[in-house]
Design a protein around this ligand. Structure first.
Ligand code: AMX
Length: 432
């Protein structure tokens, strides 16, 4: 952990210089224009945020600190065939590929912080089982803010330049503890409420899997992939942007990310993976194990006729099949023989893009990450789809908390754009 701090300190000094130079030399340089359409259509394509951890290209997809996911799979320290989530976290925090010993250092540090205060376990155990798991997760993460290091630093005479140090402490605590919150929610809502303790020797994925109640190395392997795929998706998506926005008012990472989790819980965003599985199971019930392309078409037509979106398809930025979805298919090919639900996922991929193209509305007719993730979890016996977005939330804590460390490191200010009334927008358009 000490070496992580030292590396970050060096990088932060360099990057603060870069910001200072950018502002000094080019602070007034115009780099983009905004159209009226962008203002009324959810700010699509507007480049207006700084986010260091990842970038998203419409055609090549997500890059974590410049590395595609296949590059991460090839170059990051692994367990079996997938990157350790801890090595992804190191990469997002520092921009460097960790050495195996650095990944191990972070693994051990996170494992040592994995337990929860008893009163938070009691609080989670007292929540009604019927409360949606995402609400429970948001409550659990919010409650971690008690005694957080950032507030302590803020209230002491800590200099603003050093805020990142306490933000890093909190970020590590969030990533270390959120798997246990998730597992308690799962065990209470869907099982007998009993849960094993986190182990000092497991990585984040295996600890999560074991606390959920699995003892299957193949499931742990899938969780490693899952945590990597969902860890970050640049800064403009609803959950990352919410976390950044709330954090910009100097909320600690627990309250910021708790807000981000509520953002993730929308059906057009992270809840889509729950919606996809619900939709696929209904489809499976109707068409059986060996459907034809026409069977799928009929079902999709029914969804569209009801005016609903086809869950798991489309994306606000991507304009190609989501590389994360293609990795899910690759995983199925390499690890899973003949699973009827996953076969249906593949058949959907053959049929749905053409149907969405014909409908002519969606700018991206291709599958996103949610189109396949739930069916993979289903294969290993995790079938309670109301829980799926919680796993998304556990993963995304990695990217959102690393970003918040950098928000503090770069001394980013409170976010405060200007909103317009329709009348003022109409006037501006006339004047332009
Ligand atoms: N099925 C049917 N219609 C769709 C569609 C889909 N999967 N995706 C987009 N459309 C429609 C939109 O509803 C919109 O219709 P409208 O003009 O009548 O309002 C039109 O196509 C244009 O939308 P867009 O510009 O292509 O998409 P967007 O940027 O506004 O929204 C997204 C992107 C993801 C919300 C949208 O594609 C969608 O609702 N997909 C299904 C839900 C889903 O899978 N969400 C997960 C996204 C990934 C994630 O965050 N986890």
């Amino acid at each position: 952990f000490q070496s992580l701090r030292v590396i970050l300190e060096e990088k932060i000094t360099v990057n603060r210089e870069r910001v200072a130079k950018l502002r000094r030399d080019n602070g007034e340089t115009v780099i983009d224009q905004i159209t009226a359409d962008q203002i009324v259509k959810g700010m699509r394509g507007m480049r207006a945020l700084v986010n260091e951890t990842s970038t998203l290209d419409p055609y090549s997809g997500i890059k974590f600190r410049g590395l595609t996911i296949p590059e991460c799979q090839a170059r990051l320290p692994k367990k079996h065939n997938q990157p350790l989530p801890e090595s992804v976290y190191w990469l997002l925090l520092t921009g460097d590929i960790p050495t195996p010993s650095q990944a191990e250092e972070l693994r051990s540090e996170l494992a040592s912080r994995a337990s929860l205060p008893q009163h938070i376990e009691d609080m989670l155990n007292s929540l009604p089982k019927s409360l949606h798991p995402m609400v429970q997760l948001s409550i659990g993460v919010n409650s971690l803010c008690e005694g957080n290091q950032f507030d302590k630093a803020f209230k002491s005479d800590c200099k603003r330049a050093d805020y990142w140090k306490s933000a890093l402490e909190d970020a590590l605590n969030l990533v270390a503890k959120i798997p246990r919150i998730a597992a308690i929610i799962y065990r209470n809502a869907f099982k007998d409420g009993k849960i094993c303790a986190p182990s000092q020797s497991c990585d984040l994925a295996e600890n999560l899997g074991r606390m959920l109640g699995w003892d299957d190395p193949n499931f742990f392997e899938l969780l490693r992939l899952y945590l990597t795929l969902h860890s970050d998706h640049e800064g403009g998506n609803v959950s990352a942007h919410t976390t950044h926005l709330v954090g910009s008012g100097l909320c600690d990472v627990f309250r910021s990310y708790s807000s981000g989790l509520n953002a993730l819980a929308g059906p057009l965003h992270g809840l889509a993976n729950q919606e996809v599985l619900k939709w696929l199971i209904e489809l499976w019930k109707i068409v059986g194990d060996n459907p034809t392309e026409d069977d799928i078409r009929k079902y999709v037509e029914g969804t569209m006729k009801k005016g609903q979106v086809v869950p798991g398809y489309g994306h606000a930025v991507l304009r190609v099949p989501d590389p994360r979805f293609l990795i899910e298919l690759e995983y199925k090919k390499n690890y899973i023989q003949n699973d009827p639900l996953l076969n249906i996922v593949e058949l959907c991929y053959k049929v749905i893009p053409d149907m969405l193209k014909q409908q002519g509305k969606a700018k991206n007719p291709y599958p996103n990450v949610d189109a396949g993730s739930g069916a993979l979890l289903h294969h290993y016996g995790l079938r309670e789809y109301e829980f799926f977005t919680v796993l998304f939330g556990v993963s995304r804590a990695i990217g959102c908390s690393a970003s918040q460390v950098w928000d503090r490191a770069l001394l980013l200010p409170i976010e405060r754009p200007i909103s317009l009334t329709l009348e003022s927008l109409e006037e501006l358009v006339q004047q332009a």
